[in-house]
Design a protein around this ligand. Structure first.
Ligand code: GLP
Length: 233
């Protein structure tokens, strides 16, 4: 794992952008995208750039179950607001959180991932070490699946909602094997509340108890951290 320490999230966005640009120059055509506050500065850099994504494909990591793409809390809405309205891709996919049959939706998403192998995966990390919405205990073999969110994740994400009771209890998420299949990964973490998860991911034992620890076994991960998130490394 290559670790780059930056002054703050703004610089992190610039560094992540530079890495992404390099991968695009090397021929990357399919991007795996993430939501949450972490990738925002990267998306700002992309929006401000002259990069053209009109021939690229994107697949997002996850989506809340029960939220439509028009719901401002949905990840589909987030992606449109922060990236897609400015930088449209040839095709952008997210799991459909309001699919009538979630098992079929899982199957559809796995097929999409097979048809469009991810070249560059953008990743954040949860305070409990989750990646995507793969909570502690998720099998390293997992592909797309329906997830019961942990109370701690619901609490952490409540800041985007009116209160914690509004946060959906389930999500659809790419699995850990789906994430590990990406050719290269850009993992970002900012702030003290990520420090333990980051330390475990980088130096801890590789265990489903800390899903991000599996990234130690991937041969092309760039980890970008600010001082606080990297303080236990
Ligand atoms: C959510 C998302 C993850 C994200 C994590 C961290 O649970 N499903 O993809 O990495 O939260 O969020 P944030 O970047 O807002 O700290």
């Amino acid at each position: 794992m290559k670790i780059i320490q930056v002054a703050d999230q703004k610089e992190g966005g610039k560094v992540a952008f530079a890495v992404l640009k390099e991968r695009l120059q090397e021929g990357a055509k399919v991007l795996g995208l993430a939501t949450g506050s972490t990738p925002l500065t990267l998306y700002q850099e992309i929006v401000a750039s002259d990069l053209d994504f009109s021939e690229l494909t994107s697949l997002n990591l996850d989506e809340y179950v029960g939220l439509t793409a028009e719901d401002p809390q949905s990840y589909a809405y987030f992606m449109k607001e922060h990236l897609f309205q400015y930088k449209p891709f040839a095709k952008s996919y997210l799991p459909n959180g309001v699919a009538e049959n979630l098992d079929e939706e899982v199957e559809r998403y796995n097929q999409l991932l097979e048809a469009h192998p991810i070249d560059v995966q953008v990743l954040g990390i949860g305070q409990n070490g989750h990646i995507g919405f793969n909570e502690p205990g998720t099998s390293f073999e997992s592909r797309t699946h329906v997830v019961d969110l942990e109370d701690s994740t619901i609490k952490a994400n409540a800041r985007f909602f009116e209160d914690a009771s509004q946060v959906p209890k389930q999500a659809l998420s790419m699995g850990i094997a789906s994430i590990m299949a990406a050719k290269s990964i850009i993992l970002m973490a900012y702030g003290q509340e990520k420090a333990e998860a980051v330390a475990g991911a980088v130096n801890g034992s590789v265990t489903p108890d800390l899903p991000a620890s599996i990234l130690q076994e991937h041969d092309d991960v760039v980890l970008i951290v600010d001082q606080a998130a990297g303080s236990l490394l």
